[in-house]
Structures are given as structure tokens and as C-alpha cells.
Design a protein around this ligand. Sequence first.
Ligand SMILES: *[C@@H]1O[C@H](CO)[C@@H](O)[C@H](O)[C@H]1NC(C)=O
Ligand SMILES: *[C@@H]1O[C@H](CO)[C@@H](O)[C@H](O)[C@H]1NC(C)=O
Length: 513
Amino acid sequence: MCSFGKYSIAAVVLLFSVPVICQNILFLQTTPSKSHHIWNKQIFDRLYENGYNLTILSYEEEHSIPGKTFFYVANFYDKIMALYQNNGGSDADSEMTPIQNIINMYDFYEKASGILITEKAITQLLDYPRSFKFELIIHDFTMGQFLLGFVERFGNPPLVSISAFNAPSYTAWLADIPTRVTTMPNYASNFGPNMTFLERCWNLFYWTLDYFYRQWIFMSNEDGRVRELFGMNSSSTTQLEKKSEIVLVNMDFSMDYHQSLPPNVIPVGGLHISRQEQLSPDLEEFLDRPSKAVILFSLGTNVKSEGLGLDINRAILDAFVSLPEYNFIWKHGDPVSLGSLPANVFVRSWIPQGKILSSGKVRLLISHGGLLSLQEAVWYGAPVVGIPFFADQYQNVDKLVRAGVALRLPLPHLNRNSLTEVIQAILQNDRYHENMLQRSKWFKNQPEMPLDRAIYSIEKVIQCKGSLHLQSPTNGMTPVQAYGIDLLVGAFITLALVRKLVRHLLSSVNKLS
Ligand SMILES: *[C@@H]1O[C@H](CO)[C@@H](O)[C@H](O)[C@H]1NC(C)=O
Ligand SMILES: *[C@@H]1O[C@H](CO)[C@@H](O)[C@H](O)[C@H]1NC(C)=O
């Protein structure tokens, strides 16, 4: 029997009037990040409400109920971080170079896969009877590519790939997105779409490094893991990821740079925005205090305020104290360490960020530049001060700075004075707010909510049993054919032959005359 979750009574009534959906979906999360979980959760919760039976790999603890079964991996993120602490720990004194950033990223994926493959949750999934049928597999293709082995293990059901990590550079491999290095800055760079010659040279280098580091080092290690788990005859991860029928990416052109997307890549940026959150009474009271603009300080779920150290925390608090004309809400995991707080500062270890921004009271978000946070800021029209730490955060912040809706404060420069100055620079100039309200309008002006679009696309794949014929025709071609290298060679040979022929004719004519 298929489950209907909380709608069971309604379902019994409906049972005789509508066809019963009784289909299994395997949802392979891969990214150990609370924010990615929140993004993915919007999708699996809606699919559950629509009557599907979900089997979900998860790194956040959730309760299994009929219709939603979780295979939970505890402390995944901490286990990965433990591998770093052995090699010297983090460095808050300098920003990463793009080259470090790219290599660091794949190194993180590599460490994560190395841990995940030993987890019991994976073995439990492997122990599923071979006859068990999934109608669809959803894979978070941000990382964890070896899990794609489950596609063949479960008899090749249709595959949908999703990522909350914008449109990762490697979406090009899954979906054949054209990569125009002359206008598309690599995520690890600080470049915009209008690059100088030298910047384009560097950009070409970053994309090349990004591509080949992934394919030759990360993906070949993932292939090793696929063979270890699923047998020597398994397809390679590069072949497996190309089975994606559609690819859902967390982007929206109200924020993202221009980029051509093929029909199998569907932008669903901001699908997390409509999620349900609760305001606690004390927070509601704080937000409702009259005639003061609210400033929200949150470094997201992976970068943590308390991790900045006591000195920087004191500097941040001093900046807040020096600006009594504003009220501050600060997401901070260890409020006790801050001592007694001034009246204009509200500190909690967890805050319903979307709900607070949706109140319309927030005039500034101070953020680490996580994409999901910035999307919320744009949706609700709050200007941003970005303090990026790693990965795509530099470019996320940069995009908003170029759009005239944000300022960037480099982490090594973060102190009381710099923070006070940057807050005042934004709040004393209405341009930032006006520009942001414009972006907000662009973002909200869509025929449907991004989550509805995502669910519609996923259900379409299930209904068509994966035969939407949206995959790139280059999947069946060699690189020589796909990139027209054979055509180029052909063109050179033809030119050479024509030249020879013309010379021959000319010399014959000369001889005759
Ligand atoms: C629903 O999914 C769970 C977890 O994979 C599975 O144990 C159960 O048999 C599924 N129910 C049906 C009706 O297939
Ligand atoms: C791999 O495939 C070959 C040829 O199809 C077959 O002979 C062999 O038994 C397979 N090996 C495994 C481990 O499945």
C-alpha cells in the first residue's frame, strides 16, 4: 500500500475517485550542509504531499514516516572537518586564490566521498532486494558522484540531477551547457562578464583547471568507488551522470550572469523561498519595535559567527553598539560567550531567516555570501554586505556588488571600524535599496513559483518514464565529433587539395601560353 501521510483520511475518500500514485523515488542527497538540506527538503516534501513514496539519504536528522523513509548519516560534516584539523586548520587571515578555491572544492568532495562510502546508510541501500523498483532517482550532483552507481543497481530508472550550488561549472558535463569562457567567469574568479584580455586568459585557465582537475582526479577516484561498491562492470560516473533526463539548477537571471541553457537544464533558483517558518514571540516583538531599521547578521549554517574567534566577535558587537539607531539580529551559536548584550542586539543560535526578511523590516543583510541567503535578500529586497569565506561565495557577493545592491567586506579587513563604515555606506545611500527593489521585482515576476516549476518538471519525467528526449545528442558522440574536430581536419585537407589543384591548373595554363 502506498502511503498518503497526513492526508490519509482525505485519501481514503479520494481513493475511489482519482488514480492512486504509488511510485517510489530514491532521493540521493550528497552535500553535508544544512542549507542544501533545506533546499532539497522543499522538493522531497512536496513530492511526498503529492503521494510519492520517498527513500531519502540524509545528513540532517529527520523522522521517517510512511511515505518518507530516511537513511540518516550522522555527523557527516564534522567527520570531514576532522580530516582538515589534522592538517593545520583554517586560515581567516587571507582570502583564497581562485586556484586554491577550485582545488579545495574537489578536495572537499573527495574527502566527503571517502567517508560516505563507509557509512552504514549506503550498505543498507545496497542491501535492498534487486527486485525493488524505483520509478525515479533524484541525485544532488553537487558532489557524491559515486552514488550514481545506484542508477544501474536499480535497473536504470530515469535520473533527475539537482543542485542548490547555482549551476555548478561541471553541469557542462551532465547537460552539455556550452561554456563560453569569453563571457562566463568561472565561479572561483572575481571577474564579471566583461573581461579584459588578461582576465579572459586567466578565466580560460581557471575553467581548464576546473574541468581537468574534476575529470582526471576527482571523477576517476569516484569511478574507483563505483567499482568498489557496484562491481567492476559498472559504467563510469561520467557515463552515469549523462543519463540525467533533466538538470535542475539553483539560478535565476535576476542575479546570475548571462549564460545559454539547453532545454534539459531548468533554472529553479529560489525554490526554498516559500518555505514555512515560525517567528518566536520575542523575535516578533523585537522586529515590531517602532522606527528603527533592522539589520540581520548571519553567516549561514556552515560558516559560523562563533567560529570567528572572540576578538572578531567583540569587534562585531562593538560595531553594533556604536550604531544605536539600528536594531541588530545576530545568528550566533554561542550567545553566552558574548556576555551581556546591549538593548539593540538580539542574538539567537538559530533564526528563521526567510521569515525575518519577509517582514519587510530588514534594511540590510550582512552575510557570508551563501547563495540561498543572497537569493532571499534579493527576493525580499534587502541590500547586502558580503563577507565571503570560500567556494562560490566570492562570486555570489561579486554579482550583487556589480548589480549595485551590495558591498563586499573582505574577511581579513573585518573589524569594528570597517564594519561600521560599510553598514553606514549602504544605509545612508538609498541607491542600494532602490536597485535591490528593482531586482526583487525581476526575481518575483515569474509565471509560477520556482518550486512549482521544479515539481512539474520532475513529475513530467516520471509520467514520461524518462523519455522526454531532452538529453544532448552529443551523449552518443566522441569529443572529436561533438566539437567538430573531424570537420576542421576535413576542412584543412579540402583546402590543401584545392590549393594544389589551383596551382596545377595555373601552371598548365602558363605552359600553354
Ligand atoms: C516505500 O519506501 C520504503 C523505503 O524504501 C519501502 O520500505 C516500502 O516498501 C515502500 N513502499 C512501497 C509500497 O513500495
Ligand atoms: C563483467 O562482464 C563480463 C562480460 O560481459 C562477464 O563475463 C563478467 O562475468 C562480468 N563480471 C562481473 C564481476 O560481473
